[in-house]
Design a protein around this ligand. Structure first.
Ligand SMILES: *Cc1c(COP(=O)(O)O)cnc(C)c1O
Length: 410
Protein backbone atom coordinates (compact mmCIF):
# COMPACT_ATOMS: atom_id res chain seq x y z
CA UNK A 1 0.00 0.00 0.00
CA UNK A 2 1.34 3.38 -0.98
CA UNK A 3 2.43 5.78 1.75
CA UNK A 4 -0.10 8.44 0.89
CA UNK A 5 0.75 10.53 3.90
CA UNK A 6 4.34 11.30 3.06
CA UNK A 7 3.77 11.60 -0.71
CA UNK A 8 0.98 14.08 -0.13
CA UNK A 9 3.37 16.23 1.86
CA UNK A 10 6.05 15.93 -0.83
CA UNK A 11 3.39 17.12 -3.26
CA UNK A 12 2.78 20.18 -1.11
CA UNK A 13 6.50 20.92 -0.94
CA UNK A 14 6.75 20.58 -4.74
CA UNK A 15 4.04 23.20 -5.06
CA UNK A 16 5.69 25.46 -2.47
CA UNK A 17 9.04 25.31 -4.23
CA UNK A 18 7.52 26.29 -7.55
CA UNK A 19 5.47 29.15 -6.11
CA UNK A 20 8.03 31.11 -4.09
CA UNK A 21 10.73 33.54 -5.15
CA UNK A 22 13.64 31.58 -3.71
CA UNK A 23 16.32 33.97 -2.46
CA UNK A 24 17.98 31.67 0.07
CA UNK A 25 21.64 31.89 -0.97
CA UNK A 26 22.44 28.24 -0.20
CA UNK A 27 19.54 26.69 -2.14
CA UNK A 28 19.09 25.70 -5.76
CA UNK A 29 17.04 23.41 -8.04
CA UNK A 30 18.71 20.22 -9.25
CA UNK A 31 17.98 18.72 -12.66
CA UNK A 32 15.69 15.73 -13.05
CA UNK A 33 18.74 13.58 -13.87
CA UNK A 34 20.33 14.45 -10.54
CA UNK A 35 17.03 13.52 -8.89
CA UNK A 36 16.80 10.21 -10.73
CA UNK A 37 20.39 9.28 -9.82
CA UNK A 38 19.86 10.05 -6.16
CA UNK A 39 16.55 8.23 -6.14
CA UNK A 40 18.10 5.14 -7.73
CA UNK A 41 18.68 1.56 -6.48
CA UNK A 42 22.27 2.52 -5.67
CA UNK A 43 20.90 3.34 -2.22
CA UNK A 44 20.72 -0.44 -1.64
CA UNK A 45 24.46 -0.93 -1.89
CA UNK A 46 27.03 -1.02 0.90
CA UNK A 47 30.49 0.02 -0.26
CA UNK A 48 32.61 0.84 2.79
CA UNK A 49 36.12 1.68 1.64
CA UNK A 50 37.28 3.09 -1.67
CA UNK A 51 37.18 1.82 -5.30
CA UNK A 52 38.99 -1.55 -5.54
CA UNK A 53 39.52 -1.49 -1.77
CA UNK A 54 36.03 -2.24 -0.47
CA UNK A 55 34.93 -4.26 2.50
CA UNK A 56 31.96 -5.71 0.59
CA UNK A 57 31.52 -7.77 -2.56
CA UNK A 58 29.59 -6.75 -5.64
CA UNK A 59 31.13 -3.30 -5.80
CA UNK A 60 32.28 -3.37 -9.45
CA UNK A 61 29.61 -0.95 -10.65
CA UNK A 62 29.65 1.41 -7.70
CA UNK A 63 33.44 1.48 -8.10
CA UNK A 64 32.92 2.64 -11.65
CA UNK A 65 30.52 5.33 -10.47
CA UNK A 66 32.80 6.63 -7.73
CA UNK A 67 35.78 6.72 -10.11
CA UNK A 68 33.79 8.70 -12.67
CA UNK A 69 32.67 11.16 -9.97
CA UNK A 70 36.31 11.58 -8.85
CA UNK A 71 37.63 12.08 -12.40
CA UNK A 72 34.94 14.63 -13.20
CA UNK A 73 35.57 16.60 -10.03
CA UNK A 74 39.31 16.56 -10.72
CA UNK A 75 38.88 18.02 -14.17
CA UNK A 76 36.20 20.51 -13.11
CA UNK A 77 38.30 22.02 -10.33
CA UNK A 78 41.71 21.33 -11.87
CA UNK A 79 42.90 19.40 -8.83
CA UNK A 80 44.87 16.17 -8.35
CA UNK A 81 43.06 14.37 -5.54
CA UNK A 82 39.38 14.29 -4.58
CA UNK A 83 37.35 12.42 -1.98
CA UNK A 84 33.69 12.40 -3.06
CA UNK A 85 32.25 10.56 -0.05
CA UNK A 86 31.43 13.26 2.54
CA UNK A 87 27.72 13.19 3.37
CA UNK A 88 27.61 16.93 4.00
CA UNK A 89 29.70 20.06 4.26
CA UNK A 90 29.83 19.71 8.02
CA UNK A 91 31.07 16.14 7.90
CA UNK A 92 33.68 17.08 5.26
CA UNK A 93 35.03 19.75 7.61
CA UNK A 94 34.96 17.35 10.55
CA UNK A 95 36.97 14.82 8.52
CA UNK A 96 39.57 17.44 7.54
CA UNK A 97 40.06 18.73 11.08
CA UNK A 98 40.32 15.27 12.59
CA UNK A 99 42.67 13.95 9.92
CA UNK A 100 45.12 16.86 9.89
CA UNK A 101 45.00 18.10 13.49
CA UNK A 102 44.94 16.83 17.05
CA UNK A 103 41.96 17.48 19.29
CA UNK A 104 42.58 20.70 21.20
CA UNK A 105 44.77 22.24 18.46
CA UNK A 106 44.37 25.92 17.68
CA UNK A 107 42.45 26.92 14.53
CA UNK A 108 41.78 30.41 13.21
CA UNK A 109 38.45 30.81 11.42
CA UNK A 110 35.99 33.50 10.40
CA UNK A 111 33.61 34.71 13.05
CA UNK A 112 30.01 33.47 12.60
CA UNK A 113 28.46 36.94 12.66
CA UNK A 114 30.89 38.15 9.97
CA UNK A 115 29.85 35.31 7.65
CA UNK A 116 31.74 32.27 8.93
CA UNK A 117 30.06 28.88 9.18
CA UNK A 118 29.08 26.96 12.33
CA UNK A 119 31.84 24.46 11.55
CA UNK A 120 34.40 27.27 11.62
CA UNK A 121 34.53 27.35 15.38
CA UNK A 122 31.09 28.03 16.83
CA UNK A 123 30.91 26.80 20.41
CA UNK A 124 27.57 25.06 19.80
CA UNK A 125 29.28 22.99 17.06
CA UNK A 126 31.79 20.11 17.27
CA UNK A 127 34.40 22.48 15.82
CA UNK A 128 34.28 24.85 18.76
CA UNK A 129 34.02 22.01 21.26
CA UNK A 130 36.87 19.83 19.97
CA UNK A 131 39.34 22.52 18.93
CA UNK A 132 40.59 25.78 20.33
CA UNK A 133 39.19 28.25 17.83
CA UNK A 134 40.14 31.87 17.42
CA UNK A 135 38.39 34.17 14.99
CA UNK A 136 38.88 37.02 12.58
CA UNK A 137 36.01 39.23 11.45
CA UNK A 138 35.52 41.97 8.90
CA UNK A 139 36.62 45.60 9.00
CA UNK A 140 34.18 47.68 11.05
CA UNK A 141 34.09 50.47 8.48
CA UNK A 142 34.26 48.70 5.14
CA UNK A 143 32.77 45.28 5.90
CA UNK A 144 35.65 43.70 3.96
CA UNK A 145 38.11 41.19 5.39
CA UNK A 146 41.09 43.16 6.63
CA UNK A 147 44.05 40.93 5.78
CA UNK A 148 46.45 42.94 7.91
CA UNK A 149 44.22 42.19 10.90
CA UNK A 150 44.08 38.51 9.98
CA UNK A 151 47.88 38.51 9.84
CA UNK A 152 48.11 40.17 13.25
CA UNK A 153 45.75 37.69 14.87
CA UNK A 154 47.53 34.76 13.20
CA UNK A 155 50.94 35.97 14.39
CA UNK A 156 49.63 36.30 17.93
CA UNK A 157 47.64 33.03 18.05
CA UNK A 158 49.97 30.86 15.94
CA UNK A 159 47.21 28.43 14.89
CA UNK A 160 47.85 24.99 13.43
CA UNK A 161 45.24 25.70 10.77
CA UNK A 162 43.58 28.72 9.19
CA UNK A 163 40.10 28.34 7.72
CA UNK A 164 38.91 30.72 5.02
CA UNK A 165 35.66 30.71 3.09
CA UNK A 166 32.26 31.68 4.40
CA UNK A 167 28.49 31.42 4.26
CA UNK A 168 27.65 35.11 4.13
CA UNK A 169 30.57 37.16 2.85
CA UNK A 170 29.83 38.96 -0.40
CA UNK A 171 33.33 39.92 -1.53
CA UNK A 172 36.14 38.07 -3.28
CA UNK A 173 38.39 36.06 -1.00
CA UNK A 174 42.13 36.52 -1.52
CA UNK A 175 43.31 32.92 -1.15
CA UNK A 176 46.87 33.83 -2.06
CA UNK A 177 47.04 36.31 0.79
CA UNK A 178 45.55 33.74 3.18
CA UNK A 179 48.24 31.29 2.11
CA UNK A 180 51.02 33.74 2.81
CA UNK A 181 49.53 34.42 6.24
CA UNK A 182 49.31 30.66 6.87
CA UNK A 183 52.91 30.17 5.72
CA UNK A 184 54.13 32.97 7.97
CA UNK A 185 52.97 31.00 11.03
CA UNK A 186 53.43 27.48 9.68
CA UNK A 187 49.67 26.77 9.55
CA UNK A 188 47.73 24.54 7.19
CA UNK A 189 45.32 26.56 5.02
CA UNK A 190 41.85 25.12 4.50
CA UNK A 191 39.48 26.85 2.08
CA UNK A 192 35.80 25.99 2.54
CA UNK A 193 34.23 27.12 -0.74
CA UNK A 194 30.79 25.59 -0.07
CA UNK A 195 28.93 28.69 -1.20
CA UNK A 196 31.04 29.78 -4.14
CA UNK A 197 32.22 26.51 -5.71
CA UNK A 198 29.99 26.96 -8.76
CA UNK A 199 31.49 30.40 -9.31
CA UNK A 200 34.98 28.96 -8.88
CA UNK A 201 34.35 26.24 -11.48
CA UNK A 202 33.11 28.88 -13.92
CA UNK A 203 35.98 31.31 -13.27
CA UNK A 204 33.65 33.87 -11.67
CA UNK A 205 35.64 33.71 -8.43
CA UNK A 206 39.40 33.00 -8.13
CA UNK A 207 40.14 29.37 -7.30
CA UNK A 208 41.81 28.37 -4.03
CA UNK A 209 43.18 25.12 -5.45
CA UNK A 210 46.76 26.28 -5.94
CA UNK A 211 46.89 28.17 -2.63
CA UNK A 212 45.03 26.13 -0.02
CA UNK A 213 46.48 22.86 1.31
CA UNK A 214 42.98 21.45 1.37
CA UNK A 215 39.64 22.59 -0.06
CA UNK A 216 36.16 21.49 0.98
CA UNK A 217 32.86 22.28 -0.71
CA UNK A 218 29.26 21.25 -0.51
CA UNK A 219 27.77 20.07 -3.80
CA UNK A 220 24.24 21.45 -3.35
CA UNK A 221 24.67 25.22 -3.38
CA UNK A 222 25.91 27.15 -6.45
CA UNK A 223 27.26 23.84 -7.78
CA UNK A 224 23.62 22.70 -8.22
CA UNK A 225 24.11 19.05 -7.31
CA UNK A 226 22.74 16.73 -4.62
CA UNK A 227 23.11 17.45 -0.91
CA UNK A 228 26.65 16.41 0.02
CA UNK A 229 30.28 17.50 -0.16
CA UNK A 230 33.75 16.74 -1.51
CA UNK A 231 37.30 17.30 -0.26
CA UNK A 232 40.13 18.29 -2.63
CA UNK A 233 43.89 18.69 -2.42
CA UNK A 234 47.03 18.67 -4.55
CA UNK A 235 49.11 17.23 -1.72
CA UNK A 236 49.50 13.47 -1.75
CA UNK A 237 50.38 13.16 1.95
CA UNK A 238 47.40 15.24 2.97
CA UNK A 239 45.18 13.18 0.69
CA UNK A 240 46.26 9.90 2.33
CA UNK A 241 45.26 11.32 5.71
CA UNK A 242 41.96 12.70 4.38
CA UNK A 243 41.03 9.32 2.89
CA UNK A 244 41.33 7.71 6.33
CA UNK A 245 39.72 10.74 7.92
CA UNK A 246 36.52 10.25 5.91
CA UNK A 247 36.38 6.45 6.15
CA UNK A 248 36.73 4.86 8.68
CA UNK A 249 37.31 7.82 11.01
CA UNK A 250 34.11 9.84 10.59
CA UNK A 251 31.84 7.96 8.17
CA UNK A 252 30.73 4.43 7.44
CA UNK A 253 29.31 3.33 4.09
CA UNK A 254 29.26 6.01 1.38
CA UNK A 255 25.94 7.10 -0.13
CA UNK A 256 26.53 5.65 -3.60
CA UNK A 257 23.27 7.06 -4.98
CA UNK A 258 24.39 10.53 -3.90
CA UNK A 259 27.87 9.99 -5.35
CA UNK A 260 26.21 9.07 -8.66
CA UNK A 261 24.14 12.26 -8.44
CA UNK A 262 27.31 14.26 -7.71
CA UNK A 263 28.83 12.77 -10.88
CA UNK A 264 25.75 13.86 -12.86
CA UNK A 265 26.00 17.38 -11.43
CA UNK A 266 29.72 17.54 -12.34
CA UNK A 267 28.80 16.44 -15.85
CA UNK A 268 26.26 19.25 -16.10
CA UNK A 269 28.78 21.74 -14.72
CA UNK A 270 31.23 20.87 -17.49
CA UNK A 271 29.04 22.46 -20.17
CA UNK A 272 29.43 26.05 -21.40
CA UNK A 273 25.86 26.74 -20.20
CA UNK A 274 27.06 26.31 -16.64
CA UNK A 275 29.62 29.10 -17.08
CA UNK A 276 26.91 31.38 -18.44
CA UNK A 277 24.65 30.42 -15.55
CA UNK A 278 27.29 31.35 -12.96
CA UNK A 279 28.02 34.63 -14.73
CA UNK A 280 24.33 35.45 -14.63
CA UNK A 281 24.09 34.61 -10.93
CA UNK A 282 26.67 37.33 -10.24
CA UNK A 283 25.07 39.84 -12.63
CA UNK A 284 21.73 39.25 -10.91
CA UNK A 285 23.18 39.54 -7.40
CA UNK A 286 24.81 42.86 -8.26
CA UNK A 287 21.59 44.11 -9.87
CA UNK A 288 19.41 43.04 -6.95
CA UNK A 289 21.79 44.61 -4.42
CA UNK A 290 21.79 47.94 -6.30
CA UNK A 291 18.05 47.85 -6.76
CA UNK A 292 17.54 47.39 -3.00
CA UNK A 293 20.08 50.11 -2.18
CA UNK A 294 18.20 52.44 -4.56
CA UNK A 295 15.04 51.68 -2.54
CA UNK A 296 16.64 52.65 0.75
CA UNK A 297 18.03 49.36 2.04
CA UNK A 298 21.51 49.16 3.52
CA UNK A 299 23.62 46.39 2.01
CA UNK A 300 26.82 45.27 3.77
CA UNK A 301 29.90 46.40 1.79
CA UNK A 302 27.49 48.29 -0.49
CA UNK A 303 27.18 45.52 -3.03
CA UNK A 304 28.59 42.15 -3.95
CA UNK A 305 31.21 40.32 -6.01
CA UNK A 306 29.50 36.96 -5.79
CA UNK A 307 26.10 35.29 -5.60
CA UNK A 308 24.81 36.88 -2.39
CA UNK A 309 24.74 39.84 -0.03
CA UNK A 310 23.44 40.73 3.41
CA UNK A 311 20.93 43.50 4.08
CA UNK A 312 21.48 45.35 7.37
CA UNK A 313 18.05 45.93 8.93
CA UNK A 314 19.18 47.77 12.07
CA UNK A 315 17.86 51.14 10.88
CA UNK A 316 14.66 49.61 9.46
CA UNK A 317 13.17 48.83 12.86
CA UNK A 318 12.51 45.20 11.97
CA UNK A 319 14.51 42.12 12.96
CA UNK A 320 15.89 39.56 10.55
CA UNK A 321 13.43 36.98 11.84
CA UNK A 322 10.41 39.31 11.55
CA UNK A 323 11.30 40.39 8.01
CA UNK A 324 11.95 36.80 6.98
CA UNK A 325 8.52 35.76 8.34
CA UNK A 326 6.84 38.74 6.64
CA UNK A 327 8.44 37.94 3.26
CA UNK A 328 7.60 34.25 3.72
CA UNK A 329 3.94 35.18 4.08
CA UNK A 330 4.28 36.87 0.67
CA UNK A 331 5.95 33.91 -1.10
CA UNK A 332 9.47 35.30 -0.96
CA UNK A 333 12.06 33.13 0.80
CA UNK A 334 15.15 34.68 2.40
CA UNK A 335 17.28 33.62 5.35
CA UNK A 336 17.85 35.91 8.27
CA UNK A 337 21.46 36.50 9.02
CA UNK A 338 23.59 37.92 11.76
CA UNK A 339 25.48 41.09 10.90
CA UNK A 340 28.93 41.93 12.32
CA UNK A 341 28.57 42.84 16.02
CA UNK A 342 24.87 42.02 15.85
CA UNK A 343 23.10 43.28 18.98
CA UNK A 344 20.41 40.60 18.57
CA UNK A 345 20.88 36.87 19.25
CA UNK A 346 21.42 34.64 16.15
CA UNK A 347 17.88 33.24 16.28
CA UNK A 348 16.42 36.75 15.85
CA UNK A 349 19.33 38.63 14.18
CA UNK A 350 19.45 41.98 12.41
CA UNK A 351 20.15 41.08 8.82
CA UNK A 352 18.80 39.11 5.91
CA UNK A 353 20.91 37.20 3.44
CA UNK A 354 19.79 37.29 -0.17
CA UNK A 355 21.18 35.11 -2.94
CA UNK A 356 20.47 34.64 -6.63
CA UNK A 357 21.52 31.03 -7.51
CA UNK A 358 17.96 29.64 -7.43
CA UNK A 359 16.18 32.45 -9.28
CA UNK A 360 18.93 32.46 -11.90
CA UNK A 361 18.31 28.73 -12.42
CA UNK A 362 14.73 29.80 -13.20
CA UNK A 363 16.09 32.04 -15.94
CA UNK A 364 15.45 35.38 -14.32
CA UNK A 365 17.60 38.30 -15.39
CA UNK A 366 18.30 41.91 -14.42
CA UNK A 367 14.81 43.14 -15.26
CA UNK A 368 13.31 40.70 -12.79
CA UNK A 369 15.73 41.92 -10.10
CA UNK A 370 14.09 45.36 -10.28
CA UNK A 371 10.70 43.72 -9.90
CA UNK A 372 11.82 41.64 -6.91
CA UNK A 373 13.33 44.72 -5.24
CA UNK A 374 9.97 46.45 -5.76
CA UNK A 375 8.16 43.56 -4.12
CA UNK A 376 10.52 43.55 -1.13
CA UNK A 377 10.35 47.29 -0.58
CA UNK A 378 6.52 47.41 -0.94
CA UNK A 379 6.14 44.52 1.48
CA UNK A 380 8.28 46.42 3.98
CA UNK A 381 6.38 49.65 3.39
CA UNK A 382 2.94 48.05 3.74
CA UNK A 383 3.88 45.58 6.47
CA UNK A 384 0.97 46.73 8.67
CA UNK A 385 -1.60 46.87 5.83
CA UNK A 386 -2.94 43.40 5.21
CA UNK A 387 -5.20 44.41 2.31
CA UNK A 388 -2.26 45.87 0.47
CA UNK A 389 -0.12 42.84 1.34
CA UNK A 390 -2.82 40.57 -0.10
CA UNK A 391 -2.66 42.31 -3.43
CA UNK A 392 1.15 42.07 -3.43
CA UNK A 393 0.85 38.33 -2.68
CA UNK A 394 -1.27 37.93 -5.81
CA UNK A 395 1.26 39.84 -7.89
CA UNK A 396 4.14 37.71 -6.56
CA UNK A 397 2.29 34.50 -7.47
CA UNK A 398 1.54 35.76 -10.98
CA UNK A 399 5.17 36.82 -11.41
CA UNK A 400 6.70 33.54 -10.24
CA UNK A 401 4.33 31.44 -12.35
CA UNK A 402 6.09 32.84 -15.42
CA UNK A 403 9.38 31.23 -14.37
CA UNK A 404 8.92 27.47 -14.14
CA UNK A 405 11.66 25.39 -12.51
CA UNK A 406 13.71 23.82 -15.35
CA UNK A 407 13.91 20.03 -15.52
CA UNK A 408 17.27 20.05 -17.24
CA UNK A 409 20.12 22.48 -17.83
CA UNK A 410 22.17 20.90 -20.62
C1 LIG B 1 26.71 25.22 3.85
C2 LIG B 1 28.07 25.29 4.43
C3 LIG B 1 28.64 24.21 5.11
C4 LIG B 1 27.88 22.99 5.60
O1 LIG B 1 27.13 22.29 4.80
P1 LIG B 1 26.05 21.22 5.32
O2 LIG B 1 25.95 20.33 4.15
O3 LIG B 1 24.84 22.00 5.65
O4 LIG B 1 26.63 20.53 6.52
C5 LIG B 1 29.97 24.30 5.51
N1 LIG B 1 30.67 25.41 5.27
C6 LIG B 1 30.15 26.48 4.65
C7 LIG B 1 31.00 27.68 4.42
C8 LIG B 1 28.83 26.46 4.22
O5 LIG B 1 28.30 27.55 3.65
Amino acid sequence: MKDKVIFDVIGKETKRESSVIELIASENYVSSEVLVAQGSILTNKYAEGYPRKRYYGGCEFVDEIENIAIERAKSLFGVQFVNVQPHSGSSANLSVYLSLLKIGDKILGMDLSSGGHLTHGSNVNFSGQLFKFFSYGVDRNTGYINYDDVQKIASKVRPKMIVCGSSAYSRLIDFERFRSIADSVGAILMADISHISGLVVAGEHPSPIEFAHVVTTTTHKTLRGPRGAIIMTNDHNIFEKIQKGVFPLTQGGPLMHIIAAKAVAFYEASFPQFKIYQKNIVINAKALASALIARGFEVLTNGTDNHMFVVNLLKKGISGKAFQDLLDSCFIAVSRSAIPNDPKPPYISSGMRIGTPAITSRNMSEREMEQIADFISSIYLYRHDNTKLDSIRKEVLTFISKFPIPKSYV
